[in-house]
Ligand binder design. Structure first.
Ligand code: NAP
Length: 311
């Protein structure tokens, strides 16, 4: 296995990882950042970001991540493609294996691996997802294929409503399938969705099965509260039911909470291991915003700097 030693290693490339890279490079920590599976993180699958300060007209998620990445590059961050596949982290030793073939030893590690979309866990959902036949968790990536077609979005939060609004601009009809009798999304999005004529909200419906032919989704079998069965015809299904933190490689070494999020100390980014810091959605089950992720990336870089100074 190839080996390399670095001062500051950042794992992950959403707003948290890139912001940590901006601060760490300006503090001369010579950060090396590995971008992971999804360069730019979850925001690259978002169409319009309307609530990040500084963009009164809104900004495309992909474009914003490109800007933050370029800002980190400008200050000398070494940004690389590659996925952390295993780690060996303790107070005295920090080793991270990249793509199973490079062992990096670091003085300090910042974890910003984010979170990934959840699926319902139905066998039929897995089948069409694997076939690429009409099941997706990214409306912005795949919405284009459903022009003038009928689609369903499952979920009742900001993501689901935002996705349904986006898809309503492409598809002829969008069902929003909500398991409760209310939406959890922000008021402004709720108002917009109820005023969108080609969106039908099905409250208190649970998705039981994805129906389809050999290759593509053709419908959904739902259960309405009271056990009434409802079949709807759709060409595609979009999941927007929340996220799961990307912590599998850390689970036996770093303290996680009961939902798998990394536990950080107080208001900062310290984990239970000295010299290992965490920021962004991987340690935030509560706020999960681009702006809070960026802020926590800043904290992680400052905490890393103080740690290195104290050594
Ligand atoms: P979320 O707020 O956790 O909402 C998840 C939704 O999925 C809830 O409606 C939940 O229903 C539903 N759900 C969960 N499991 C389900 C299942 N098995 N079957 C059916 N429905 C299920 O997730 P999110 O919408 O991805 O948002 C995450 C965070 O990002 C939030 O803090 C949100 O404010 C933020 N966000 C913000 C924006 C923005 O523009 N500001 C955009 C996107 C996301 P219940 O309500 O019944 O639990």
């Amino acid at each position: 296995m190839n080996q390399e030693s670095v001062n500051c290693l950042i794992i992950g490339s959403g707003p948290a990882g890139y912001t940590a890279a901006i601060y760490a490079s300006r503090a001369n920590l010579q950060p090396v950042l590995y971008e992971g599976f999804q360069s730019g993180g979850q925001l690259t699958t978002t169409n319009e970001v309307e609530n990040f300060p500084g963009y009164p007209e809104g900004v495309n998620g992909m474009a914003m991540m490109e800007d933050i990445r370029n800002q980190a590059l400008k200050f000398g961050a070494d940004i690389r493609e590659g996925v952390a596949t295993s780690v060996q982290l303790s107070d005295t030793e920090k080793k991270v294996i990249i793509d199973d073939n490079l062992e990096i030893t670091a003085n300090v590690v910042i974890i910003a691996t984010g979170a990934s979309a959840r699926y319902l866990g139905l066998e039929s959902e897995r089948k069409y997802r694997e076939l690429g036949g009409g099941v997706s968790a990214c409306a912005v990536c795949d919405g284009f294929f459903y022009r003038k077609k009928t689609v369903a979005v499952v979920g009742g939060g900001d993501t689901a409503v935002g996705d349904a609004l986006y898809l309503a601009g492409l598809a002829s009809k969008v069902y929003l399938i909500v398991r409760k009798n209310f939406l959890r999304a922000s008021k402004v999005l709720q108002e917009r969705i109820t005023n969108t004529p080609n969106v039908e909200i099905l409250f208190e419906h649970i998705t039981k099965e994805v129906l389809g032919n050999e290759s593509f989704v053709t419908g959904l079998r739902l259960e309405k509260q009271g056990n009434e069965e409802v079949i709807i015809d759709v060409d595609g299904l979009f999941l927007a039911i929340g996220h799961k933190p990307n912590t599998d490689i850390f689970k036996d070494q770093i303290t996680l909470d009961e939902n798998g999020y990394i536990v950080t100390e107080g208001k900062g980014s310290k984990t239970n291991i000295e010299g290992v810091f965490a920021c962004g959605d991987v340690q935030d089950p509560t706020y999960r915003q681009a702006i809070t992720a960026a802020a926590s990336g800043c904290k992680a870089a400052l905490d890393a700097e103080h740690y290195l100074q104290s050594k």
